[in-house]
Design a protein around this ligand. Sequence first.
Ligand code: GLC
Length: 717
Amino acid sequence: MEQSQLTDLLGQMTLDEKIGQLLQITGDFYSDKAEERTGPMTQLGLNEDDLANAGTVLGVTGAEECRKIQTAYMKRNRLHIPTLFMGDVIHGFRTIFPIPLGLASSWDDEAAETMARVSGHEASVSGLFVTFSPMVDLVRDPRWGRVMEATGEDPYLNGKLAAAMVHGYQGDDLRGDTSRVAACVKHFAAYGAAVAGRDYNTVDMSERQLRDMYLPGYKTAIDAGAKLVMTSFNTVDGIPASGNRHLFRDILRREWGFNGVVISDFGAVKEMISHGVAGDERDAAKLAIKAGVDIEMMTVCYLRNLGDLIESGEIPEQVLDESVMRILQLKNDLGLFENPLRGADEAEERKVVMSQKHRNAARRVSEESIVLLKNEDAALPLDAANTVALLGPGARSTDLLGAWSWKGEEQDVTALDASLNEAGFQVQTTDEIFDYLDPSQQAIDAAVQLAGKVDVVVLALGEPSFMSGEASSRSDIRLPQAQIELFKAVQAVNQNVIVTLFNGRPLDLSDVQPAKAIVEAWFPGTEGGRALADVLLGKVNPSAKLTMSFPVSVGQVPLYYNVDNTGRPYENDPEGKYVSKYLDVSNYAAYPFGFGLSYSSFEYGQVEVSDSSFDAEHPLEISLTLRNTSERAGTEIVQLYVHDLVGEVVRPIKQLKGYQRVTLEAGESRRVSFTLSEQDVRYVHLGDRLESDPGQFDVMVGPNSRDLSEAIRVELF
Ligand code: GLC
């Protein structure tokens, strides 16, 4: 449709029809096949007119189902405006990829784009037009269950991966390429900074910190062309995001120029009553529409009150028209007026969903997402000459898809034991199934007995998927107690223990530190059992690196690498009393941001800079020679960090400003180069000015945020 036709259409709409466009309801109001319930269901008391006018639908998929709903909907809708199917395709539709915290550990933008491309394609042929992804919330607190959905603690990496996902979902021609879906960046903003890591809790920080650390990831994704933004449940500076005009009108729309659709999170508009900034649903509707929230998800504050607010003159109809136009524009950008089902197609659905090509893609990404945290005495790869027992709750588990795998099916998963057997590697197991949280004494005894008879034990531990994700915060981030007991009992009879982990957050791994090897597999997705087996057998050389710090203790949290130096840094006087430290644990992560091992070994040559200074016209070249000193090919993720020594406000002691995945044959060397521009070192000054500070900078390169080269000092003019 031409813009003029959209304007004409808007002109024909009644007030009720306009307000109806702003409502999103779950599919079970239209069909008994809707699956996705992601929030508190409340009785909305909708009538047939409401259903005929509701602008979008949450959580229905299936080409046939969507076709039925759309056909009936467009008949009942007086102006035959199509509805719009949206859903949560977070890291896969039916072919499930590693959870985002695992995918991010690949540091591979292409892997992120592949995940989105495959997931969006499967979603589109199944009738979805919009996915509520990428989630770009910066995270520093592993107590928060939704860290599994995030890509980590660094704004630069979060932004790069989110932009890659946006492109994977949307492609370059969203209207013409019906195998794509529109992306929705969430949760705006700073949902990951919930106080004490407790989901839905208060977020409170300076606007400068918000703009400097938390907003850049979202902005990179929005600059990549994301069509929608979702509000977050939390308050920002005392005002819930869904009613926060400064966040949405000032920053998102005016400063950033975002003219797409803003959708509330599930029930978030009405929840402003509970937050205490709205006395009733009418107040909540007023706050949200003034903030620029276009679609209200699964509450009816708009439906029940916007008409009165407009007729009373409290809200100009123009404000409503702007929201309706953005929604019509989104439907038009998706080509729905000409093709109300877009890519939905039963035949395509049967061909594309869970195709071998998609499974292969998921397997490759899983392989790149598995982090080798420890490998003492080359305990890994497994040696076929040894007798090996595979024990623990993860041994046969197919709970490998994670908490946001909606359409994923455990039946599609090959567990670790079957994967090892499939790869031709015989392991011994016990008959008893070992529960993640409450194993039987019989299972424990059998495990310990077998452990005492073999050369090597692979102990598959972790969290059940329901212990992470939304509304799943934990105050204690150790492994479940039963697993700690099992580890100790096995370790007592066999010193050669290899721990593998299926989990959705950084854990305190102190209890299993005596293991010879530790492999972090996250929830690795449909092909994750096979990917982990290939890593354990050495068919895949692990290359992944953490994007979120693993603490020594939950007492250190929030813990992250890009910290401020403070006035009394521990490093200045490690034996001193009056320095920033704890009496009972170290300041440092057990496994820091950027850390991950390989079966290869890499040597970092002397870091060189192109000049001793740089400026806005002359960026700095930073380079070094990387050598694979091992007997096998491998991939190293080389990282560039920068420290702004004197800022208008304190600056982190280091910040990631570049990364490269470098694959080298055994013995091969290669020159690795980075470019650092004046723009790269800008940050939000007082008064929200995004500028750089002339002065001295240290540049460092290394395999992770801790083990870095000697800093080279350069000057920015
Ligand atoms: C949930 C989540 C959000 C999701 C939405 C729709 O409550 O917070 O991430 O996209 O509801 O399912």
